[in-house]
Design a protein around this ligand. Structure first.
Ligand SMILES: *[C@@H]1O[C@H](CO)[C@@H](O)[C@H](O)[C@H]1NC(C)=O
Ligand SMILES: [Ca+2]
Ligand SMILES: [Ca+2]
Ligand SMILES: [Ca+2]
Length: 451
């Protein structure tokens, strides 16, 4: 009486005939058949007359018929041929769901004398249902900082078939970032989870797509799939980075407040506020304080004070870029000041004779002059000249030093006083110049004899 001995489901029918020891006179025996589901109406089920050892005439005379307690008569008796036929196509899933074995139980009744035989027809499952996911798309939002080993529960699939034809396993692809973990929960139902195996990086890959496939164990195998869409959520894992570590700029001295110096730029790979940059001046020496201003949104550096080449020829400013999450990057800004010709030559009389004797010899030094110009290069190169070229020479000792010397004999009687103007000009364009006037008295010597 063991139906589980029916092992080969590809064998469409197999008969077990058991003649029971009778307890109630009329019940004579039991016959079992097995047929696959989904056979067409009219298909042969079993040769009942032969299997019970009954003559077809006896079937006729006994008005043999099939008796079922429930109303559906799936199996009918062909009395003329003594065989059982399928009266209606059977869907095992509709008839038994997940119950196994799935069998029809009915009796063959005969009259004169009254007899009955119990007949069992087992309906063998065929693999006519694929595994199915209720929802075919799943969406996950996963932080890029999620740790390896984090698990995410996936929806299970169902397969209406039973046994080997039922759901067997799952496959997740691709396998580089997530793997699949199935926990058998004891009742044969597998809990499916995907496990993170590799670090995520939103900046490299913001969307991931995977396919979960459920497969059954039937032959041929059937499958069902679910798309898994993953959005990687940003965390603030990138600091702002300047496009250059050092920026160089030049600004003319005396440029007005508001003059643009240059624009620094930093980028941040993160998203939204994690990537929104605020620029600021982070570290500035006293001499540069207040002279430069940075636009915190655009990074444009402008002049906010006066730059004077003669005071500072260059500035070094540290600029910081901060994102809203508090990460920072920095760069250095070196600003050279371009000299403008804004200084007059400065004439300084080092020593001076106010009076000179008229018999002083040629080449007598009368005055020593030091001239300086705070500007640089051409703007600071100075040449001095005098207005009197007859009696005096302005002799250059070095670039910055001049001596005024006598060039001829002086004669008080001709001129008792000289006003010598010294003019010093730089080579700037336009040139700037300054002048001083030296007044020199000629002292008398008794050189005119009365006669
Ligand atoms: C993922 O995040 C988006 C945007 O914040 C949201 O609209 C969506 O509902 C989230 N999805 C899930 C599955 O949490
Ligand atoms: Ca089936
Ligand atoms: Ca199946
Ligand atoms: Ca990020």
């Amino acid at each position: 009486m063991d139906l589980t001995t029916i092992s080969d489901i590809t064998m469409s029918r197999q008969v077990l005939l058991i003649i029971s020891v009778l307890s109630l006179g009329a019940a004579l025996g039991q016959v079992s058949y097995s047929i696959p589901e989904e056979m067409a109406k009219g298909s042969f089920v079993g040769n009942i007359a032969q299997d019970l050892g009954l003559d077809v005439k006896r079937l006729k005379s006994g008005r043999a018929r099939v008796f079922t307690r429930d109303s559906t008569a799936y199996i009918e008796l062909n009395r003329e041929r003594g065989i059982l036929l399928l009266n209606e196509r059977i869907d095992r899933e509709a008839l038994c769901g997940q119950m196994t074995p799935c069998a029809l139980h009915f009796q063959l009744l005969l009259e004169d004398p009254m007899e009955f035989y119990s007949i069992t027809v087992e309906i063998i499952d065929i693999n006519d249902n694929p595994p199915i996911f209720i929802t075919t798309e799943a969406h996950f939002n996963i932080s890029e900082s999620a740790l390896s080993g984090t698990t995410f529960t996936l929806d299970r699939a169902t397969d209406l078939d039973v046994g080997e034809n039922g759901l067997k396993t799952y496959v997740l692809k691709p396998t580089d970032i997530f793997s699949l973990k199935m926990n058998n929960q004891g009742d044969g139902i597998k809990n499916v989870e995907m496990v993170l195996n590799a670090p995520l990086d939103r900046e490299k890959n913001e969307q991931l797509s995977l396919v979960l496939t459920a497969v059954d164990g039937g032959e041929p195998q059937m499958t069902g799939t679910m798309q898994i869409h993953i959005t990687i959520l940003d965390v603030n894992d990138n600091a702002p980075v300047f496009t250059q570590p050092i920026y160089k700029a030049a600004v003319r001295e005396n440029s007005p407040v508001g003059t643009a110096v240059l624009t620094v730029t930093a980028t941040d790979a993160d998203e939204g506020s994690n990537g929104r940059i605020t620029y600021s001046v982070s570290n500035i020496l006293d001499h540069a304080r207040g002279i430069f201003e940075i636009n915190k949104r655009t990074g444009e550096v402008t002049l906010n004070g006066k730059v004077d080449y003669e005071k500072n020829r260059n500035f070094q400013i540290n600029v910081r870029a901060s994102d809203d999450g508090g990460l920072t990057g920095s760069c250095k800004l070196i600003v050279d000041v371009i000299d403008m010709n804004d200084n007059l030559p400065d004439i300084h009389i080092m020593s001076k004779s106010n009076v000179i004797s008229e018999d002083a010899k040629t080449n007598t030094v009368v005055t020593m002059i030091n001239v300086d110009d705070a500007d640089s290069t051409e703007n600071g190169k100075v040449h001095c000249v005098i207005n009197d070229n007859n009696n005096f020479i302005l002799k250059s000792a070095s670039e910055k030093f001049y001596s005024l010397i006598t060039d001829s004999d002086l004669d008080r009687e001709r001129a008792s006083e000289y006003n010598i103007s010294v003019t010093c000009s730089d080579e700037g364009v336009p040139s700037l110049s300054s002048s001083v006037t030296l007044t020199l008295q000629i002292s008398d010597v008794n050189d005119n004899h009365l006669g």
